[in-house]
Write a protein that binds this ligand. Structure first.
Ligand SMILES: C[S@@+](CC[C@H](N)C(=O)[O-])C[C@H]1O[C@@H](n2cnc3c(N)ncnc32)[C@H](O)[C@@H]1O
Length: 245
């Protein structure tokens, strides 16, 4: 999905510079999708131009946990998770408007979901900055763009800039699920999460062997990108935010 368009104005409306480098738009949007983006997105959009005091208060329904998915693509995983547990509120972050429109269509057909889903249609880094510390119970970053060329590694959404932000917003004991099919990005993720100073003290890697990282858990649905898995075999990683860093 990654393109090379970078630093366009986002739909997030935060007013701060975005470091997002992927595609904002794909094929033309249908009139019904344009209507949903114009009319429904503003109601569900998280404002990140000021600190968010309490993410659980963003939802119309009372929620016991707040989960965050970064780069939800077409939203298959986000929607399955939202349907699975009525006690969970999900914030989905995705700057690609066609993906956002897909989720809005699903919510249009199933309005109850709109009570427990909020969207941020811009660079996840802007949202991470606005979230309060220890406020998220679960984080998903599934098949993020691998940016294979060395000169683009700084664009990777899982890396030395964002991992401290993940650690900051996750509650002690919170789960973080990552997936990639790109061997180079897998090595990068593991290095920055388990070897690099700082992060290795913030997270415990829960997978013990290939039988863990080669398979998804039953509550971890397949994503659209995973079905294509262009670069190789998918690897699934589970980390837990340490209680005392
Ligand atoms: C390869 S796709 C994977 C999509 C989905 N997770 C899946 O598995 O089907 C990566 C997604 O991350 C999104 N993305 C890239 N940079 C991002 C950023 N800075 N913040 C939020 N999402 C981002 C892209 O727009 C794209 O939809």
């Amino acid at each position: 999905m990654a393109g090379d368009e970078g630093h366009e104005a986002g739909a997030g409306g935060s007013g701060r510079p975005s470091k997002f480098f992927g595609r904002r738009k794909g094929k033309g949007l249908k009139a019904s999708q344009q209507r949903l983006l114009a009319e429904t997105l503003p109601r569900l959009q998280v404002a990140a131009d000021a600190p968010i005091a309490d993410p659980a208060a963003l939802f119309d329904a009372p929620v016991e946990q707040v989960w965050l998915e970064i780069g939800f693509g077409a939203g298959e995983h986000l929607l399955v998770q939202a349907r699975a547990d009525p006690a969970v509120g999900l914030i989905g972050c995705e700057p690609f408007v066609n993906g956002v429109a897909k989720v809005l269509q699903a919510i249009d057909g199933e309005p109850a979901l709109g009570r427990r889903i909020r969207l941020f249609a811009d660079d996840a880094r802007l949202l991470l900055d606005a979230l309060p510390p220890a406020s998220v119970d679960r984080l998903f970053v599934l098949f993020p763009d691998p940016w294979p060329k060395r000169r683009h590694w700084a664009r990777r959404i899982v890396g030395p800039e964002t991992i401290p932000a993940f650690a900051r917003v996750l509650k002690p004991g919170a789960l973080m699920r990552l997936a990639t099919d790109h061997p180079g990005y897998l090595r990068w993720m593991l290095f920055h999460l388990t070897v690099a100073q700082g992060a290795r003290d913030a997270f415990d890697w829960l997978d013990e062997g290939p039988s863990d990282w080669a398979a998804r858990e039953p509550d971890w649905p397949q994503t659209r990108y995973e079905r294509k898995a262009l670069a190789g075999r998918p690897t699934y990683l589970r980390f837990r935010r340490r209680r005392a860093a």
